[in-house]
Design a binder for this molecule. Structure first.
Ligand code: GTP
Ligand code: MG
Length: 349
């Protein structure tokens, strides 16, 4: 199962209480204060780990509580600190702090392995009465309670980190293409909405060149209003470097390829991303197109019209058959050229 969004609840440990205690020794009738401080409560961290690629474990286990600090003890013994809790998440997880009124404020973006964020700070230990002794008050009875650990509701959202995103209508052949390009083996079938969750595939070219392609569920007109599966999965494409439109040019789709392309472009434009970063705007990304199913091209005019339309838009078009593999190598090389190109002024990844 692929899980791309979960809500979790984290409670850091409370600090231990300070101790109220006085020395008792046979030869010292009124011993001084010796109550130790409480220990710090355990904090909770999230860290990006290469051993995870989904958030699925959190769906079944959404509550976390770090242990409290131990109370201080006599003889000036400080209570033990509570152990910190480190929760592993896949790289690409964005962490949001959810307020009581439901607003989600981004806390951290754990993009790279080992990126970490403190999500709930443990309460500090309370001071024992030994800490309050002064020259005028040698036998203080004052102690502090431990501080409360932070409690938070978080939303974790996984954004896949792919270089190339495939977009298109349901049934256009996106999953067939990713299977042809990579070792990914997504479900492929002759009906719309076969793909319900995104698939990732690593494309290996000669000379150790490789990149990651994402296949997301198909889009339909009105996706930005929630039609079909909506645009929920488009967030996964926000970090890609290039989008590849996969367009069915056979008559089997019952639609017009030129219109298909325009509809998808419009949905990308209407998709409001999660942030204002212009680098994430889908409509602004470099794009290319694959005219798929040329092995079943019954009406060559359909391809010709699409070619003319895209030439005018300045979008490179690659006629391919994801089933026979025709044209797929040329498309993969073109994808690589776009992926390897460092845009001017871009920050290195
Ligand atoms: N003839 C022919 N059929 C193809 C080609 N590529 C895909 N198909 C068929 O088209 C159907 C849909 O393919 P998928 O790869 O599942 O399409 P998709 O775009 O992933 O569809 P969704 O997951 O529903 O969005 C399947 O029956 C494929 O066998 C092609 O190049 N030629
Ligand atoms: Mg699919």
């Amino acid at each position: 199962m692929f899980v791309d969004e979960v809500d979790i609840h984290v409670e850091a440990g409370d600090g231990g209480n300070g101790c109220l205690s006085f020395r008792r020794e046979t030869k010292v009738p009124r011993g001084g204060p010796n109550g130790g401080d409480g220990g710090r409560g355990g904090s909770i961290y999230l860290v990006a780990s290469p051993h995870h690629n989904t958030l699925v474990t959190y769906r079944f286990h959404p509550q976390f509580k770090a242990p409290r600090g131990r109370h201080g003890e006599g003889s000036n013994r400080t209570g033990q600190n509570g152990d910190d809790l480190v929760l592993e998440v896949p790289p690409g997880t964005v962490v949001y702090d959810v307020s009581t009124d439901g607003d989600a404020v981004p806390l951290a973006d754990l993009t790279a392995v080992d990126d970490r964020v403190l999500v709930a700070r443990g309460g500090r230990g309370g001071r024992g009465n030994a800490a309050f002794a002064t020259s005028t008050n040698r036998a203080p009875r004052r102690v502090e309670r431990g501080g409360a650990g932070e409690v938070r509701d978080l939303k974790l959202r996984l954004k896949l980190i792919a270089d190339v995103g495939l977009v298109g209508f349901p049934n256009a052949g996106k999953s067939t293409l990713i299977a042809r390009l990579s070792a990914a083996r997504p479900k492929i079938a002759d009906y719309p909405f076969t793909t319900l969750t995104p698939n990732l595939g690593v494309v290996q070219l000669s000379d150790d060149r490789s990149f990651v392609v994402a296949d997301v569920p198909g889009l339909v007109e009105g996706a930005h209003r929630g039609h079909g599966l909506g645009t929920r999965f488009l967030a996964h494409l926000e970090r890609t470097k290039v989008l590849v439109h996969v367009i069915d040019v056979s008559s089997a789709s019952g639609r017009d390829p030129v219109e298909d392309y325009d509809v998808i472009c419009r949905e990308l434009e209407l998709f409001a991303g999660l942030d204002d970063d212009p680098a994430h705007a889908l409509a602004e990304k470099p794009r290319m197109a694959a005219a798929n199913k040329i092995d079943a091209l019954d009406d060559p005019d359909r391809l010709k019209r699409l070619e003319a339309h895209l030439a005018q838009a300045g979008v490179p078009l690659f006629p391919i058959s994801a089933v026979t593999g025709e044209g797929v190598d040329a498309l993969a090389e073109a994808m690589w050229r776009e992926v390897a190109r460092e845009p001017a002024g871009a920050e290195p990844r």
